[in-house]
Design a binder for this molecule. Structure first.
Ligand SMILES: [Cu+2]
Length: 145
């Protein structure tokens, strides 16, 4: 009987933790799009704006998608003609802050898509937070820009 009570106590404790206290529960992904790559290209770039509405920092460890062989976050380092891109190990967004992945700056690299990415398509990517929570987001493939 004691064991039974304890189990219920644990369960109600889990239910009382507000959803938003988990990293990925408090994020909002806006304006998520992928630039349609030229037909011969084996990589595409993706962009988005991420808003952290929570009271704790959100830490995105990686972004996954079944669309492609590999999805990685990239940052652009250096200045002027010395610029180069490098993998971004993780993305940390403080409470009430916004992170923007925009052309010429941070971006997603979508390597070797299974099928050609064409404008109008929707690609689902999953943001994985450091506490194991995740958030799925649809990226729209856009021509040009
Ligand atoms: Cu890159």
């Amino acid at each position: 009987m004691i064991g039974y009570t304890r189990r219920w106590a644990t369960l109600s404790l889990i239910l009382m933790v507000p959803y938003a206290s988990f990293s990925c529960g408090s994020i909002e992904v806006l304006d998520a799009w992928i630039r349609e790559p030229p037909p011969v290209s084996t990589v595409a770039a993706g962009y988005f704006t991420l808003k952290n509405n929570g009271s704790k920092s959100a830490v995105i460890e990686r972004i996954e998608g079944s669309c492609c062989a590999e999805v990685t976050m990239h940052q652009v380092l250096g200045v002027h003609n010395q610029k180069h891109m490098a993998p971004m190990p993780k993305l940390l967004v403080p409470p009430n802050k916004i992170a923007s992945f925009t052309p010429g700056n941070a971006h997603l690299m979508l390597v070797s898509p299974n099928e050609p990415l064409q404008h109008g398509q929707s690609v689902e990517l999953n943001f994985i937070c450091n506490d194991g929570t995740s958030r799925k987001t649809d990226f729209t493939v856009v021509y040009g820009q």
